[in-house]
Design a binder for this molecule. Sequence first.
Ligand code: UN1
Length: 499
Amino acid sequence: MTHMDILQAAGLTPSELSGGALAVHTPIDGSEIARLKSHSRDDVRAMIGNGTDAFMVWRKTPAPRRGELVRLIGEELRAGKENLGRLVTLECGKIYQEGLGEVQEMIDICDFAVGLSRQLYGLTIASERAGHSMRESWHPMGVCGIITAFNFPVAPWCWNAALALVCGDPVIWKPSEKTPLTALATQKICERAMEKFGDAPDDLIQVVIGERDTGEVLTGSPDVAIVSATGSSRMGHAVGQQLANRFGRCILELGGNNAMIVAPSADLEMALRAIVFSAVGTAGQRCTTLRRLIVHEDIFQQLVPRLKSAYDGLPTGDPLADGTLIGPLIDADAFAGMERALAEVIKDGGLVHGGGRTLENDYPNAWYAIPAIAEMPGQTDIVRHETFAPILYVMKYRDLEQAIALQNDVPQGLSSSIFSTDIREAEEFLSATGSDCGIANVNIGPSGAEIGGAFGGEKDTGGGRESGSDAWKGYMRRQTNTINYSRELPLAQGIKFEI
Ligand code: UN1
């Protein structure tokens, strides 16, 4: 299939793909695949107004009926899975299997949200007063702004949008300027679902095309009740501060610096496979990518040489081709960041296996990197920094307490894992004195989470939770209700106040 075939199969027409100033390139060969018209700040303000009008209708629509729209979106995603998955690959460079996986995450969260639309439960609470009852009600919040990153161009939108929609909130999506096409294609999928649904309000689901300034209109507007942002910790700081200023609701899913501890009792075959998938999958550009490997000194010699030989045979190239496991980095800046980090490694006394550019003759305008393993003398500054590229820092440990301290001694707190068959060690890792991350796994890697659990993490990762569990509460406002069905008016705390 040509690039144009992929774009058209995803429903994008040549006229939509040209005539604007925002150039979109495919990282596969660096060629330009579209020039989109961007929205202005005024356009975004108008969209917020339209979203607010949609809210007036949608908040009154019964939640299970709102769930029906999400069910239809899930059906359209099932029908369009291959086409959207291929477009994900074309636009962000992840391999086709992972492009499909990303659309599957969208389908899964739609299913989850449909069930949830009949389970937006509040508590009933015992009142201290006779003839009184108390309960908690959950109400829609308002317009939800969703800001997403290039590396997962569609799934995080859906984790947020599927929940927001069943919770009664219209959504406005600002995708990364590097991956706006998948957003436009997803919008078409939603439009088909809305048509089948029949009476969804106009502008319930909107997409903003543009650069950072358009996103700032969303974060700055008091009419956007919630902003959920995925991206770098630097971006999250800016968004978080703007939201805090106006007391807006904020859900942040930012950088990770995810570690795996490999203990002496680990099943090394399994560990090896998990390490390779987590460290080089998506060319090291997942927020959950394994970046730090903390290996017990007794098994270091058994594991690390095998890991290096596994790295040597990894098929790198066209992410649309069968059998490729590593696609390109998103752009030249990403490659330059990887080079800078590897130079720091050498300065710090580390040993680098792999690294550097490959396939530059086949793809002079694209950036394919050879994944690197960096054996480090300790957890230096560069190790504590998230470089969005396939670099795996390897360090040794002697006792578990030291390994957990290393794992936690980074600014980020997204995901973590331990390979151990010793239940004491595994439970220690999951305990209050273990991993400080939002995600802590045993005998699987730190990446590739299912949608059923809440996704997100602590510290510089931003503290937000998206997707499963009770993350839906982030998209609704909680109201405490006290109802007096007696003929008296007793005051709480037994206060006497006679008039
Ligand atoms: C991200 O990289 O922003 O757990 C999200 C995972 C995926 C999501 C990654 N389900 O790796």
